[in-house]
Design a protein around this ligand. Structure first.
Ligand code: SAM
Length: 154
């Protein structure tokens, strides 16, 4: 099966910076497009008090996230949708997180512009959304590399 993006996790300290940069508040709805192992969802819910929704296409990752939701007692706080993020309604989001590819962000752009409310914050790890002006770009040093976090406000 073809997937748009490989599975690579954002380091947890980058996740915290992304959510902090987006000023996630308790009760807000955070969507992670391509949820991977769900770390953004769990940190958003446990540390920021958000309601987190992930969309993930790889079945084995979805199953792992479901197990963790039960293990951490986060039913009602974290939800995972198995499917293609191009097909999922994201209009309820207050914050959208992404760690994809510039080419995929470009393809997602019309959907984000169409579906998201005004004022929604979009944070993208390492890959910009072509043609959008970031409100802020943070550079996060890591052991072997640096990470960039792009913040956009619709
Ligand atoms: C680079 S990983 C990022 C994981 C997580 N968001 C993080 O930052 O740690 C990208 C994820 O997107 C998923 N993915 C790729 N194409 C997708 C699609 N069209 N719909 C839903 N998920 C997709 C992959 O399976 C992978 O788990």
């Amino acid at each position: 099966m073809f997937y748009d993006v490989p599975f690579v996790s954002s380091p947890e300290m980058v996740v915290r910076r992304m959510l902090k940069l987006a000023q996630v508040k308790p009760g807000e709805i955070v969507y992670d497009l391509g949820a991977g192992d769900g770390r953004i969802l769990f940190i958003a819910a446990r540390e920021f008090g958000a309601r987190a929704v992930g969309v993930e296409i790889r079945h084995n990752l979805v199953e792992q996230i479901k197990i963790k939701i039960n293990k951490y007692g986060l039913n009602g706080k974290v939800r995972i949708i198995e499917g293609n993020f191009f097909d999922v309604d994201i209009s309820e989001a207050d914050v959208v997180t992404m760690y994809l590819l510039t080419s995929v962000n470009e393809r997602l752009k019309p959907k984000l512009e169409r579906e998201l409310k005004n004022g929604v914050r979009i944070v993208s790890h390492d890959f910009e959304v072509p043609g959008w002006n970031p409100v802020r770009v943070d550079v996060v040093p890591d052991i072997w590399t640096t990470h960039k976090i792009y913040l956009y406000v619709k």
